[in-house]
Write a protein that binds this ligand. Structure first.
Ligand SMILES: [Zn+2]
Length: 250
């Protein structure tokens, strides 16, 4: 049984969160769904999927850890997450509810924000998610269009970005909407560096099971967009090559 299957049926608490359902200004965009959507064009917010689930999961109820199978509460004072070894802009976000330690890391999920012609910051996403009733930003990283990597949720914690896979994956979100646009060279460069770093930290071998687009995990979303998604195989090759070379530099 694959890791996807093992965790696929788990009722994780943060499972209802399909990327950004955030009420950012002008965030409502028309976007073609995938899978069952056929030719239907749906109105949604940002790049959230058709028939997106109710955007209310967090803040977590006090007894959630017991209900969810014993997730351990995250204590920032005891955060011993290894450094990425590349520049990451710290954001120091305040989260409105408890965060929990991710029990295992089996993969990395790549997202886009879904707002065209927008360089959305991690802070903007953070507040949008709070206004959505969540603890705060659901991604672990946001990569801006100039290549700056911003921290979202603390790396060791359970994210809120991929339904049914939050307890075993790290979420990276690139600013932009790659249904219509293309990621910048700087974004792709930073993404590659970050993937190399995370593969090293978690001992992941880059392949289609460990580095995925959101649409691979949740079939009712087009995220990370039809222009970025086809780049993933070549991205994996580049990450694999850099890991083999053992060089942190590009
Ligand atoms: Zn996504």
């Amino acid at each position: 049984m694959s890791w996807k299957e093992r965790i696929g049926g788990r009722i994780g608490a943060l499972l209802l969160l399909v990327c950004l359902l955030a009420p950012l200004p002008a965030a409502a965009v028309r976007h073609r769904g995938t899978a069952n959507s056929g030719q239907t064009t749906v109105r949604t917010r940002l790049h959230s999927s058709k028939n997106a689930p109710p955007p209310v999961v967090e803040p977590l109820v006090p007894d959630f850890s017991a209900w969810s199978g014993g997730l351990v509460l995250y204590d920032p004072a005891k955060d011993t997450a290894p450094r990425e070894g590349i520049p990451v802009e710290e954001t120091g976000f305040f989260f409105t509810g408890p965060l929990f330690l991710r029990p295992v890391t089996r993969g990395i999920v790549i997202h886009h924000v879904g707002v065209p012609a927008g360089d959305t910051s991690a802070e903007r996403i953070h507040w949008a998610h709070i206004s959505n009733g969540w603890n705060g930003i659901g991604y672990h990283y946001v990569i801006r269009q100039d290549g700056t990597i911003e921290r979202g949720r603390p790396l060791p914690t359970v994210g809120a970005h991929a339904y049914a896979f939050n307890e075993s994956t790290v979420g990276i979100c690139l600013s932009g909407s790659f249904e219509w646009e293309f990621p910048s060279y700087a974004q792709l460069e930073s993404l590659t560096e970050l993937l190399v770093s995370l593969c090293r930290i978690y001992g992941l071998k880059p392949n289609a099971d460990t580095i995925t687009g959101h649409r691979d995990m949740n079939f009712d979303t087009a995220c990370p967009g039809r222009n970025l998604y086809p780049m993933l195989p070549s991205l994996l090759e580049e990450v694999s090559s850099l890991l083999r070379e053992g060089s942190p530099e590009r």
